[in-house]
Design a protein around this ligand. Structure first.
Ligand SMILES: [Zn+2]
Ligand SMILES: [Zn+2]
Length: 267
């Protein structure tokens, strides 16, 4: 086996995924409760006790909600940047003003590769309104996986990091028309659409058309808005763009959802 990707939950109510080699199992973000994470892991045949580490992309609650409990229960290393840790600890102060402690905190820096077991992890900066947000690529046993959600647009640096991925997990947050006409207050709409907000179906399609290397065997659409998107619209936009590039047969398009885990993707 090369790498296995399991999307446990994806969307503004919580994000959590597993990237695993035959030796190492990483949880990427802990945005749903510990209990729900364990439940979903068991549902896809994974034992929570077999996790090697937890990696955090940024401190927004849909990425860290279950972290404190999970860290306590599993006692495994937690990887995040120093700035993300500070922002997390500030937000998590208890009633006495005490910052929570992570027993096994490991700090990484964006742009610097580190290893957890046999998986090489490369965090890279993404444009999003958090302290120090990152996407990741993972390489093990000749397979590369890229995860880029929560980004206002796709800068050249991110495109470069995502080259050569065999599994590509990309944000397809909203349909621009649905967002504009939808129920959000204007200030929130502006935030979502901004350069540090979330990636639209249209922006992702533009990436597929012009900047994507057509390498992935699987493309996973992730972090879909429940109010401002529809899975079939997101799929149609992505497949249309990939078909125009002649890449639809290489790229199987999958949709990661909020309510239940996606079947594990093995490469
Ligand atoms: Zn976010
Ligand atoms: Zn998010």
């Amino acid at each position: 086996m090369g790498l296995c990707v399991s999307m446990l939950a994806s969307g503004s109510r919580g994000n959590c995924a597993i990237v695993a080699s035959s030796l190492t199992k990483l949880l990427v973000d802990a945005g749903i409760s510990c209990r729900e994470t364990f439940k979903r892991m068991k549902a896809i045949g994974e034992d929570p006790r077999s996790l090697s580490a937890i990696l955090i992309t940024h401190e927004h609650s849909d990425h860290i909600y279950g972290l404190a409990t999970m860290a306590k229960k599993l006692s495994i290393p937690i990887f995040m940047t120093g700035a993300t840790h500070q922002a997390w600890a500030r937000a998590m102060r208890d009633e006495n003003g005490q910052r929570p402690k992570l027993e096994k905190l490991e700090k990484f820096e964006s742009g610097h590769t580190f290893h957890v077991g046999d998986i090489a992890v490369k965090p890279f900066t993404i444009p999003h309104d958090a302290a120090d947000p990152v996407g990741f690529t993972f390489v093990a046993e000749g397979v590369k996986v890229g995860i880029a959600t929560d980004l206002g647009y796709i800068p050249v640096s991110v495109r470069d990091h995502l080259r050569g991925c065999d599994v590509l997990v990309m944000e397809s947050n909203h349909d621009l028309e649905m967002l504009r006409g939808g129920p959000y207050p204007w200030s929130v709409k502006q935030r979502v659409m901004s350069r540090v907000g979330h990636l639209s179906n249209e922006a992702l399609a533009d990436f597929f058309l012009h900047d994507y290397d057509n390498n992935a065997a699987f493309v996973v659409l992730a972090h879909l808005s429940e109010q401002n998107n529809h899975p079939e619209i997101a799929r149609r936009e992505a497949e249309k763009a990939l078909a125009m590039r002649g890449g639809l047969f290489q790229n199987r398009v999958l949709l990661a959802g909020q309510a239940e885990p996606l079947a594990p993707i093995r490469l």
